[in-house]
Write a protein that binds this ligand. Structure first.
Ligand code: 2BA
Length: 105
């Protein structure tokens, strides 16, 4: 069994959740915050059998899109200095972990 951890943009979160439900994939949705942009994003925890991992990755790839975002240049944003910078966020950041043990009581 594997645990897929997928960090996605909030804009893609709703359609991804619907796709998981439609395709009978069980997932838990957590509110999270990106360490760089300090903006809200969504982290999904998806526990699946090994043979379902590719299907889950396909769904994530289909539903999550990359977007360009400007980091505004304000004096308080020391990470950007005085120049605005453009970052490409997403589609999704995905980790696939081995599950040592799974119980569902
Ligand atoms: P954030 O940390 O807010 O990062 C948003 C976007 O900013 C990133 O998009 C990337 O394009 C850029 N970025 C991040 N750190 C940077 C840096 N030190 N210098 C320059 N640009 C930087 P994504 O790579 O698509 O990441 C989207 C979100 O996924 C991240 O939001 C973070 O919440 C998560 N993430 C990405 N890589 C991760 C990792 N290795 N471990 C844990 N979480 C990760």
């Amino acid at each position: 069994m594997k645990l897929v951890v997928a960090i996605v943009q909030d804009k893609d979160s709703h359609s991804l959740r619907k796709a998981f439900v439609n395709e009978n994939i069980r997932a838990t949705k957590l509110a999270s915050t990106g360490g760089f942009l300090s903006e809200g994003n969504t982290t999904y925890l998806i526990g699946v059998e090994d043979e379902q991992v590719d299907h889950v990755l396909e769904i994530i790839r289909r539903e999550c899109h990359s977007r360009e975002q400007m980091l505004p240049s304000t004096p308080s944003q020391s990470i950007s200095g005085i120049y605005p910078i453009k970052v490409t966020v997403g589609g999704a950041t995905v980790f696939v972990l081995d599950v040592e043990h799974f119980d569902h009581f």
